[in-house]
Design a protein around this ligand. Structure first.
Ligand code: C6P
Length: 421
């Protein structure tokens, strides 16, 4: 508590102290090869982890490791308390009305699949319409393709405009066809577009549809308030928000989650089992079959503590500053084509092509200088098709990135251009 007070006395609470923040991430100190420092511009794929998360998980395995919900011995109680305590803090982080509405999953992908297998298979029949968008990640496309093949549901898509925004007028037209579900990404992992989620949800509800928000890219970067959004389901992953891999969350409105059948069957998700029948457990355990990712859930709790201490608004403001600078600098480079809207409508993502040079070559040459960017379709192949390109190079920015790193990227791109003549 005393430390908290000191932090706020010493640092302008509106401004993220990036030099100090970087010291929390041991990996940022490393050299990729002798003499070459890491410039990590791939947090959209996965973020780096602060010491507090690493230490929390290390402490758990050293001191408290035991299975949860299964023992009365001290360690079992301790690990259960830590695991459920993390759930409480994650619930608070997204302003869920209760922790029982926060279901632990492996990641965003599994959260979306949970809705597709449980809610959708119980509620959708042949001909029912699900609205998606053209900027979805494969995780929010393929589960619906699978259901379409199995059930004959219909899919339709909100188009993406040339400047990387959702075409809201067409969305309104699609809503007149009485969809059952609208499932969309809050923030695009390629264009960086921050979609008007509250408005999309309000319109969906007015048309009688329920909503699923893919928050994989928004939860790490924006202040998310699931009650304010009025989202029916909200899916996100720990590993993109300073937490470990192997743990994610599906948030859902209590009445919906209560009404849904279990997803996977096994231990912990049951109240009673007979040879020929079972009764499901209450929320949230109904959807958490088998021994879960205990250390990872506890690490996720430490990650949201870390983000909350820095302040999500401060994180978003810092990322905006770096992204705005990055877009300005990248635009200056002849042959660079950027995708997505202007900085005021997007998060910390800059996807681009470089005239005549394959994105994989760009990424590989940047790597020689320790600059980590991703190249490919970023699991958003239909979006790339829409723009008539097979792939992009993508630099992404998080709370530890600096304008100096943007300069490194820009210099690196000039070097790529020089190498290719
Ligand atoms: N995008 C990227 O490099 P998982 O893998 O389940 O944690 O997250 C899936 C996912 C879902 N939706 C969006 C918008 C995403 O960006 C991602 C993950 C990473 O862009 C890995 S492909």
């Amino acid at each position: 508590m005393a430390a908290c007070v000191l932090v706020f006395l010493c640092v302008d609470p509106m401004k993220l102290d990036v030099t100090k923040t970087r010291k929390d991430f041991p990996i940022l100190e490393r050299e990729v090869r002798p003499g070459v420092r890491l410039t990590y511009l791939d947090s959209t794929a996965t973020s780096q982890k602060p010491l507090s998360v690493i230490q929390t998980m290390d402490d758990f395995y050293r001191m408290s490791n035991a299975n949860i919900h299964r023992g009365v011995h001290s360690l079992a109680e301790e690990s259960t308390t830590l695991y459920e305590g993390a759930r409480e803090r994650i619930a608070k982080f997204i302003n869920s009305a209760s922790a029982r509405q926060v279901i632990y999953t492996r990641n965003t992908t599994e959260s979306i699949n949970l809705v597709a297998y449980s809610w959708a298979r119980a509620n959708l029949k042949q001909g029912d319409l699900v609205i998606l968008t053209e900027m979805e990640h494969h995780s929010n496309l393929v589960p619906w393709h699978m259901l379409q093949a199995e059930r004959g549901i219909e899919l339709d898509f909100v188009p993406v405009t040339e400047d990387g925004l959702l075409d809201m007028e067409t969305y309104k037209t699609l809503l007149s066809r009485s969809p059952k579900l609208v499932s969309f990404t809050h923030m695009s992992n390629v264009l960086g577009t921050i979609n008007p989620a509250a408005e999309i949800i309000r319109l969906a509800h007015a048309a009688g549809a329920i909503t699923l928000v893919d928050g994989a890219q928004s939860a790490p970067h924006l202040q998310v308030d699931v009650q304010d959004l009025d989202a029916d389901f909200f899916a996100f992953s720990a590993h993109k928000m300073c937490g470990p891999t192997g743990i994610g969350v599906l948030y859902g409105k209590a009445a919906l989650l209560e009404s849904m059948p279990p997803f996977l069957g096994g231990g912990d998700m049951i109240r009673e089992v007979k040879l020929r029948s079972f009764r499901a457990n209450s929320l949230p355990h109904k959807f958490e079959a088998g021994t879960p990712a205990i250390a990872e859930a506890i690490g996720f709790g430490a990650a949201v503590d870390y983000l909350a201490t820095l302040g999500m608004e401060n994180i978003a403001a810092h990322e905006h500053e770096v992204t705005e600078y990055a877009l300005e600098r990248l635009e200056e480079i002849p042959g660079v084509k950027l995708f997505g809207p202007s900085a005021d409508k997007k998060g910390g993502v800059a996807a681009f092509t470089l005239d005549g040079i394959h994105p994989h070559d760009v990424a590989q040459i940047l790597d020689q200088d320790g600059i980590a960017v991703r190249a490919g379709h970023h699991c958003a192949q239909p979006l790339h098709e829409k723009f008539g390109i097979p792939a992009t190079s993508r630099a992404s920015f998080y709370l530890y990135n600096t304008k100096e790193e943007v300069d490194m990227l820009v210099n690196g791109i000039y070097k790529v251009k020089k190498m290719f003549g």
